[in-house]
Design a binder for this molecule. Sequence first.
Ligand code: ADP
Ligand code: MG
Length: 228
Amino acid sequence: NEELLINSEKLYIAGQLAAGIAHEVRNPLTSLKGFLQLMSSGRGNSQHFYDIMKSELVRIESIVSELLMLSKPQVYDFAPKDACRIMADTVTLLNTQAILHNVIIEFHADYRPLWVMGVENQLKQVFINLIKNAIEAMQSGGVVAIYMSQDEAGEVIIRIRDEGTGLSREQLSTLGQPFYTTKDKGTGLGLMVTYKIVDNHQGRITAESEMGVGTTFIIRLPYTRPQE
Ligand code: ADP
Ligand code: MG
């Protein structure tokens, strides 16, 4: 009986997600079709049209690539990875973008390997999504502080703290719902994908926030032994 319930719940969520995706992809498609019709009728051929069409295509592309991350990796894709090194790579990758937003990324770790069983691209995606959100939450710049450590129980703990707008209690409970965004160019898929990946890695993720002060995301991943 309980199993049946869980199944129908899953179907419901899949239905919601499908409806959301269809909606989000149809809008830019409709607009692309409209512009193509205009252009083939000989009217409008300006650079401006190309620019709009390109941004609509980029939108579809970003929705699709975020959704691809939802596909579950196979067991054999998992291997011991140094989360500390992956984070260091990610920070290097995002530094230029941070500087453009007047944001400084501080990385607090003692640069010793913190081994977790994982899929490198997916772990990187988690770090990128959270750091990007942190940067975007600070309209007039600030500091994103990243802390990495290991606790007595052996868990690897990653904290990503920003000095951004913060989230209300209500918003906090909304996080991770598909297509929830407060941004003009947001997809509202980043956190859903992030939560899913952390879950696939047997990890946990939590968030603490205070309005006007900032937000901290905390990821816990089981420690693993490095490959001999
Ligand atoms: P997107 O970034 O495309 O909007 P996300 O799933 O990454 O989608 O985030 C969903 C929403 O959660 C954001 O639009 C924002 O309102 C809120 N949010 C996420 N991270 C933070 C943060 N660090 N500080 C403030 N708000 C955040
Ligand atoms: Mg995001």
